[in-house]
Design a protein around this ligand. Structure first.
Ligand SMILES: Nc1nc2c(ncn2[C@@H]2O[C@H](COP(=O)(O)OP(=O)(O)O)[C@@H](O)[C@H]2O)c(=O)[nH]1
Ligand SMILES: [Mg+2]
Length: 391
């Protein structure tokens, strides 16, 4: 069979499809292991920082969903090249306002009244980056790069520092150079979504389903988070909002069996995209690895390359804890890209910079709200601009 490459583009189209049923009740668990975030004393020198461990703050509690529906249509899938439309910059800036304000405000106080970048400015800058959750190692990389540039360029004033900083931050964000990053090369294209509870997996699946179906692709969702009935019901709500179909079983069923059913049905009915939700349990890495690889193995029986993508969802507002989760998941499974959520309500967008640098995993999408259209393609240049945005 011959499928053409495809690059997606944001668009509005839609069509209706349906869901299938539901279940009962349950319990919950969350978590990653983490230490407490070490206090950042007033000032730190680079040497001090170098000896310090990465800080790691607490996990966010799991709030409830409650976004809104969106109309939609769904053109028969034809696989031709399309480009993503430019991200809506205004919307992105607005979404990241909180992140950018605190970062920029801090930056302003550091450079205020200074006419050149000296050691004191660099020390302050270091602290700002760290308190913005960029992470110690990545911060030191950025500072080193700036230090070098400042030395070579002799006098660099405060305004130039902002430009240099933007450039160096952009340089450090890991980019997927492979052009197939946004392509669908096989039908169905299977995406498995992983991440701990409460980060926004189910919400993001709803957004992605809407996104793909607005590209004219047919989408089938698999409710393989069978751990809680509420999780299945919540996913059904999202499927309804996105006007796509869902495959589910009872609470407590084997997630791999749900994934198998979903893929089987997708093959029979010739769906273009399959998105598999998974449970956010992470009591230990072995369990996680076993479960995720079992889901993968079972799907391989039907489609050799499935899942084509494993998207790790991280809550951008959890700061350093997101680091810890990214580490754990990337050691347990082959994470292909990240979706960083809740960048609308946080002053901690800096975590995106550190994670992509430290783990060399590209960020593909960002979540900027609780509604179905609050999904953006990650674009590092725009992201960094927004991070600094003066309004
Ligand atoms: N502000 C904001 N909230 C989000 C975003 N994504 C998800 N949420 C909220 O995060 C909570 C947990 O989301 P859910 O999808 O249930 O997470 P899951 O446990 O990983 O499946 C819900 O209240 C969502 O509305 C986002 O991008 N921004
Ligand atoms: Mg969920």
């Amino acid at each position: 069979m011959n499928f053409f490459k495809k690059l997606f583009s944001y668009g509005k189209k839609g069509k209706e499809k349906q869901i299938i049923s539901k279940d009962d009740d349950s319990f919950d668990l969350n978590e990653t292991n983490q230490e407490d975030k070490p206090e950042l004393e007033n000032k730190k020198t680079k040497r001090q920082l170098k000896q310090q461990p990465e800080p790691a703050p607490e996990v966010e509690p799991e709030p409830k969903p409650e976004p809104e529906p969106g109309p939609q249509s769904n053109k028969p899938a034809s696989f031709f090249k399309r480009l993503f439309k430019k991200t809506d910059k205004k919307k992105l800036n607005k979404s990241l306002e909180k992140s950018s304000k605190s970062f920029l405000d801090k930056l302003k106080t550091v450079v205020l009244g200074k006419s050149k970048v000296d050691a004191a400015v660099l020390d302050d800058l270091e602290e700002i980056l760290i308190t913005s959750d960029v992470g110690v190692k990545t911060t030191l990389k950025i500072i080193d790069a700036i230090e070098e540039r400042v030395q070579n360029q002799k006098y660099t004033n405060a305004q130039e520092l902002e430009l240099i900083l933007k450039e160096e931050i952009q340089n450090i964000i890991f980019d997927e150079k492979d052009s197939s990053f946004f392509e669908i090369t096989e039908k169905p294209h299977v995406i498995m979504v992983v991440g701990v509870n409460g980060v926004g997996k189910t919400t993001s699946i709803g957004k992605l389903a809407k996104f793909f179906s607005s590209q004219g692709l047919s989408v089938l969702i698999g409710a393989a988070d069978t751990f809680r009935a509420a999780a299945i019901e919540q996913l059904e709500m999202w499927a309804e909002r996105a006007n796509v179909e869902i495959v589910k079983q009872k609470m407590g069923s084997d997630p791999a069996s749900v994934a198998f059913d979903t893929l089987n049905s997708a093959l029979n009915k010739k769906y273009d995209v399959v998105i598999i939700d998974t449970a956010g349990r992470l009591h230990n890495k072995i369990n996680l690895m076993t479960e995720l690889s079992k889901i993968g193995r079972v799907m391989n029986k039907l489609v050799e390359k499935a899942p084509h993508e494993i998207i790790l969802v991280l809550d951008g507002s959890t700061g350093q804890n997101a680091f810890e989760q990214a580490k754990q998941f990337s050691e347990s499974t082959k994470v292909s890209s990240l979706m960083v959520t809740k960048l609308d309500g946080t002053a901690k967008g800096g975590v995106v910079i550190g994670i992509s640098d430290q783990l060399s995993i590209p960020v593909k999408y960002i979540g900027t709200g609780e509604k179905i259209n609050d999904l953006e393609l990650f674009n590092k240049k725009e992201f960094v601009e927004s991070f600094f945005n003066k309004n």
